[in-house]
Every structure is written in C-alpha cells, then in structure tokens.
Design a protein around this ligand. Structure first.
Ligand code: CP
Length: 305
C-alpha cells in the first residue's frame, strides 16, 4: 500500500529519525561532484502548487532530478484550474498520467488530506494553509542535528507570527517527538489560543522566549493570511519583536539563527544577523534538497518505517 507525507502529526519519532538518517546519505550525494543517483529511476514526480514558492518547489524538482526521476511542475495560474477545474479533478488528471509522487501546496488546510485517498500517487504536503509544512520542519531538524549533534534536550525558541504559520506547527510536532524543549514568542494577537496544549511554553516578549535558547527561529509575518491589522505597523513589530545582534545575545553563545524563508529584512531579523556568523539560513536551503530526496526515496520504497 502506498504511503503519503501529510504532516509530522502522523509520524512516529522512529519514522522521523529514519528520514533524518536517510537525509545524511542524500546530503553526501548532493555534495558529490556528479549530484546524481539512480534512486528514483523510472519514477515520475509532479509538483502542483496553488501558492507561490521559491525554495520548496525548486528543491523538490532538483531533488527528483538528482535521483534520476522524471520531474514536472504545474502551477494553478498556468493550468486548467484557471478555467474552473476543481482540485480533485486536477489531481486525478495528473495521477492518470502515471505520476508516482504528487507534491502539492494549497492555501486550504487539509487539501492534501482530501486528495491522498483519491489518487494512486504518494502525496507529499508542501504546505497546506495554516496547518503543516512537514518537509520544512524536517529540514529544520536536520540542520539542528547537523550543527548541534542531537535534538533531544535542545531548547528551541520560535518567534513571530505563530497563528498563521504552518512551519511552527510541523516543527512543534517534530521537535517535541524528538525530545526538544520548544518555546514560542510573539504578539498576543499573533498567538493562537491553546497552543500550550501542543507541549510548548508561550511568551509575549522576545527576551523571555529566546533567553538561554540553543536555536532561535524567526517566522515570517504572513500579511497575506491576515484579514485585519493584528499589530500597529511593521516598524512597531520590529521594535518589539525583531531580532538584532543585541537581542540575539539573550540566547546561548553560538545559538543557531534560523528562518524558513522568505525573510523580510528589517522585520523579523536585522540584516546584520541574517548575514552574521550565527545564521544557518542558507544551509537550511541546501539541507532542504537532501531531506526532500530522502522523503521521496523512502516513499518510493513504501514508507518511512
Ligand atoms: N520556506 C518555504 O516554504 O519557502 P517557499 O515559500 O519559497 O517555498
């Protein structure tokens, strides 16, 4: 039976560890001169994106090509979706062309969960509304593992627009399953009620959230998902929650500075910390390719167990 990757909520700690372990071998392929393996020879990967993307879409496509798969992209704006075709009909049309792995991003939470039982292809969630972005969290965890040696016992502070972030939800599921201590910080208007029930500590000042952290992760302010002003202005947000060199000193010396991207310079972070020695933002991007190679390879072999 085929397996999908819809979210980290559904995966066990062992399954997550298996993906991260496989990604180590994939990173070696990625760093080799040829960047080519036959792991997905004869397989077809299609990315279907209903929202904009630079990192996720390109890294899935490159990951598929590095593993010798046939890879194709389709976006809603350039497809028959613009003529009124439904999501289900679009997904089943792509499936009928012999697709083995369907990578999809949609603005509706639960869209990949709707499609997965209706197609033969393995579905990979590349971000669904405000729900989950599992491969982003996997690449974040892979980066922490690579830099800090272990996830267990790490103190990870996530600061920003918590309410609208699918990245934070996937990271909380993954990091807590692997034994990290997670704190979230941000304005109370961008903090969902009941988030403590996911096993995190909540703070409304950036200082309290990041003090003593091994990892400081910023999240983008998602203006496109906010129907009304949830803070006075971008300038006010930066003044109270933006992270610069002075605020970063509250974290442990040598703490990692992470961001899923795209970063708004001068909003979530100052340019000095983005381009500074603690930033691993570009390494996260590289690791995204390795992790997506691992996910697709394991799915082609039947799953993550
Ligand atoms: N982090 C992330 O999902 O970036 P993109 O929107 O560029 O894919």
């Amino acid at each position: 039976m085929k397996q999908d990757l819809l979210g980290l909520k559904d995966l066990s700690a062992d399954e997550i560890k298996n993906i991260l372990e496989t990604a180590k071998s994939m990173k070696m392929v990625l760093m080799s001169p040829s960047k080519k393996t036959p792991h997905l020879q004869g397989k077809t990967v299609v990315t279907l994106f209903y929202e904009n993307s630079t990192r996720t879409r390109l890294s899935f496509e490159l990951a598929a090509k590095y593993m010798s798969a046939n890879a194709a992209n389709i976006s809603a704006s350039g497809s028959s979706v613009a003529k009124g075709e439904t999501l289900i009909d679009t997904a089943q049309t792509i499936d009928a062309m012999g697709t083995d792995i369907l990578v999809m991003r949609h603005d509706m939470s639960g869209a990949p969960h709707l499609i997965a039982p209706l197609v033969n292809a393995s579905v990979v969630n590349a971000g669904d509304g405000m729900n989950e972005h599992p491969t982003q969290a996997l690449l974040d965890m892979f980066t922490m593992l690579e830099k800090k040696g272990s996830i267990e016992g790490l103190k990870v502070a996530i600061v920003g627009d918590i309410t609208h972030s699918r990245v934070v939800r996937s990271n909380i599921y993954g990091l807590t399953k692997l034994g990290a201590e997670v704190t979230v910080g941000g304005p109370s208007t961008l903090m969902p009620q009941g988030i403590e029930q996911m096993g995190v500590k909540v703070f409304n000042t950036v200082h309290e959230a990041i003090v003593g952290a091994d990892v400081v992760m910023g999240l983008r302010i998602q203006l496109e998902r906010q129907k009304k002003g949830l803070f006075p202005s971008i300038r006010e947000y930066y003044r109270f929650f933006g992270i610069d060199e002075t605020r970063l000193k509250f974290a442990k010396p040598g703490a990692l500075l992470m961001h899923p991207g795209p970063v708004n310079r001068g909003v979530e972070f100052s340019s000095s910390v983005i381009d500074g020695p603690q930033s691993v933002i570009n390494e996260q991007v590289t690791n995204g390719v390795a992790v997506r190679m691992a996910v697709m390879y394991l799915l082609s072999r039947g799953g993550f167990k």
